[in-house]
Design a protein around this ligand. Structure first.
Ligand code: TMP
Length: 214
């Protein structure tokens, strides 16, 4: 008889700039893992818990200049803390795998590089709020900034505060994601998101098989 705790699940995040195709890829990855008898919870940031979804509304709507960079960062981390404590950790401890559409690497890229707060300030807040908690695998979907933005704008559902930020902001955060991957090669992997959805998923599947031994 086995009475022990279930083996902790894996925490996978998909990251990237606007219009990189994360949502489509997360659906495919969930289905592929389910076919291998892995129970998967999909979630998103900002959001993913009741409180964090309320904070999301403050972040993705309204004037571009509504928050200064630090206030915006703290709102993202407040949402993240609630999401991690109430949703992500309990699921992982129950043995589920969790796939999140964005996580803390977005704060590093958007607020750290995009708004220019810098790596050290974001890392200090991260350490205070999340301690040693981190992802098992982060897949960064990389795409030409203009291509991603025009895809995102053409299907925008109204949550467009970040899409309205200037092109230089989006170019900085793209470079930021590439640097994040370079600085954490064991945790992160960059996938070229320019091809069609099936091509992109082939790359993602290969990374998950290789890194997480599925
Ligand atoms: P989404 O459109 O991918 O759902 O994300 C909402 C927006 O929030 C997106 O433009 C990126 C932005 N964002 C940040 O600026 N910092 C963060 O930490 C997160 C999670 C998202």
């Amino acid at each position: 008889m086995t009475t022990g705790q279930p083996e902790r699940g894996k925490f996978i995040t998909l990251e990237g700039g606007e219009g990189a195709g994360k949502t489509t890829q997360i659906k495919s990855l969930k289905n592929w893992l389910n076919d291998r008898n892995i129970d998967v919870l999909t979630t998103r940031e900002p959001g993913g818990s009741e409180g964090a979804e309320q904070i999301r509304d403050l972040l993705v709507n309204g004037d571009v200049a509504r928050w200064d960079a630090m206030t915006e960062t703290l709102l993202h981390f407040a949402a993240r803390r609630d999401h991690v404590e109430k949703v992500v950790k309990p699921a992982l401890e129950a043995g589920k795998w969790v796939i999140s559409d964005r996580f803390a690497d977005s704060t590093m890229a958007y607020q750290g590089y995009g708004h220019g707060l810098g790596i050290d300030q974001i890392q200090t807040i991260y350490d205070t709020i999340l301690s040693s908690f981190n992802t098992d695998l982060t897949i960064i979907l990389d795409l030409e900034t203009e291509v991603g933005l025009s895809r995102a704008i053409s299907r925008s559902g109204g949550e467009d505060r970040y899409e309205r930020m200037d092109i230089e902001f989006h170019q900085r955060l793209r470079q930021g994601f590439l640097e994040i991957a370079k600085n954490a090669p064991d945790r992160c992997c960059v996938v070229d998101a320019a091809g069609d959805a099936d091509d992109v998923f082939d790359q993602i599947r290969a990374v998950v098989q290789d890194r997480l031994k599925v």
